[in-house]
Each structure stands twice: as C-alpha cells, then as structure tokens.
Design a protein around this ligand. Structure first.
Ligand code: NAD
Length: 248
C-alpha cells in the first residue's frame, strides 16, 4: 500500500524546485496532485506530464498565491475537478534580499505578500472542505531563517517566522476537527532560488553545515510526504527543520 493512496493534495508554486519535488514524491506514493504556479508555461506543462506518467490524476493551475480572490477562484475550481483536498502544501515563495538600510517598501511588501499572505489565502480557501471532511494536513514551507533570523533577509525572515506563528495557531484552532498543521523549515537546499548565491558564499555556507553539504529538494519532499501521510497522524503544530543540523 502506497503512503498517500487515494489522497488529493494542492501544492503551490510547484512547477519547479522544492514544490515540484514534493509533487513528484506525493505522486509516487499514489496521491492525486493539483498544483499552482504563476504561469501556464513549459515548466507547468512538463511537471503535469511527469506527474501523469506516474499514474495519478494531475493538473497545473495558473494562479498568483498572493492574491486573495484569485486563490478563492482556483481552490473552488480544484474542488470541482478533484472532489476533495487531503493535504495543502503552501510552498510558493520568493526572496528579495538586501540590507534593511537599502530595502524598499516594494521589496518588503512583495515578500510578505507572496510568502505569508499566500499561506493565509490558501489555508482559508481549503478550510471549509477540510472541516467538512473532518481531516486534512496543512504543510507550510518556512525556513531556518524564520527560526533564527538572517542579515540581509529581514523581509524573508519575517515572512517565514510569520508562517510559524500561523501554523501553530491553525493547529490549535482546527485540531478539534481533525485538521493538522505543521511547518517545514529547510536550511540550504540546492534549487534555482539558492543558485543566485555567489559560488564563494555558497562554499562558505556548505562548510558551516555539520552534514557538509546543501540539501536536495527530494530530502525536503521526504519530510513533506511524512507530514501528508497517516504516519504523522499525531503530529501537529510542529516545525521540522530539514537543515543538516545547521540550526540546532
Ligand atoms: P524556486 O524559486 O525554485 O520555486 C518557487 C516556485 O514558486 C517557482 O516555481 C515560482 O514561480 C513560484 N512562485 C513564486 N511566486 C509565486 C506566486 N505569487 N504564486 C504562485 N507561485 C509562485 O524556490 P524553491 O527553492 O523551490 O523554494 C520553495 C519554497 O521553499 C519557498 O517557499 C522557499 O522560501 C522555501 N525555502 C527554500 C530554501 C532553499 O534553500 N531553496 C530554503 C528554505 C526555504
């Protein structure tokens, strides 16, 4: 029996990177996948095809997770298309790193809206369906810098710390109706987001990690699979750091 057989998941920002790795891992475990990203582009089409090849129902939806009305629209469509929602992975995220001295209001607002408001938008939109089902697993992608802070990332760290507060509050608010809520806090994961970091800075990061390497999107996907599955049925309100012991 596969771990997620018969379940349906929504994953935001999953045309590439960690979101895509989660979608593929879930699909390998028998989960039907509705995923979103900003545009219906080549990445979305390729991801949809790779998921379908694993024998599950899969569809990509163009949506901006930072927009409240757009999220309501897309979640209503997904419920029509798939019939139920067992897991929500709030994965969409961006960085606009700079020192506070130079940070513009636009850089602050963009990161808070895409990273934090999106989590409110999607959780609110799936809430009714999960409450009626009396089950559901919400998985929010935070970051180690949401736990510890990071120079040059005040906007990003604040958004990721905000996600942790939201995750714990939802766990307390919806627990009585069988809905679980947890956060994953990845450390340094090798994706297009971290490819922007200069080579020497990347080497320095890796040297400071006890496991002496960056993580892979698949290693984050493994933890997301555990949280979406019934293996974690008594785990809620937690932050699981996936960081090679970088943050202890
Ligand atoms: P990525 O940039 O490779 O992928 C992010 C995806 O989100 C992209 O496909 C992008 O188009 C999509 N996206 C951006 N804005 C969106 C919006 N408004 N609506 C819908 N989709 C949107 O990044 P990644 O490294 O795969 O990161 C995924 C998540 O993991 C992010 O929340 C990120 O903050 C978090 N994270 C990443 C790392 C890391 O080291 N890579 C570490 C900690 C946390």
């Amino acid at each position: 029996m596969k771990l997620l057989e018969g379940k349906t998941a929504i994953i935001t920002g999953a045309s590439r990177g960690i979101g895509k790795a989660i979608a593929l891992k879930f699909a390998q475990e028998g989960c039907n996948i509705a995923f979103t990203d900003l545009f219906e582009d080549e990445n979305m089409k390729a991801t949809e095809a790779e998921l379908e090849a694993l024998g599950v129902k899969a569809k990509g939806y163009a949506s901006d997770a930072s927009k409240f009305d757009d999220t309501e629209r897309v979640v209503n469509q997904i419920v029509k298309d798939f019939g139920r929602i067992d897991a929500l992975v709030n994965n969409a995220g961006i960085t606009k790193d700079t020192l506070l001295l130079r940070m513009t209001e636009e850089q602050w607002d963009a990161v808070i809206n895409v990273n934090l408001k999106s989590v409110f938008n999607f959780t609110k939109a799936v809430q009714k369906t999960m409450l009626v089902q009396r089950s559901g697993s919400i998985i929010n992608m935070s970051s180690v810098v949401g736990v510890s802070g990071n120079a040059g990332q005040t906007n990003y760290s604040a958004s990721k710390a905000g996600i942790i507060g939201f995750t714990k509050s939802v766990a307390r608010e919806l627990g009585a109706r069988g809905v679980r809520s947890n956060a994953i806090a990845p450390g340094f994961i090798i994706t297009e987001m971290t490819a922007k970091i200069p080579e020497d800075a990347r080497k320095a990061w890796e040297a400071s990690i006890p496991l002496k390497r960056g993580g892979t999107p698949e290693e984050v996907a493994g933890v997301a699979t555990f949280l979406a599955s019934d293996l974690s049925s008594y785990v809620s309100g937690q932050v699981i750091q996936v960081c090679g012991a970088m943050n202890t």
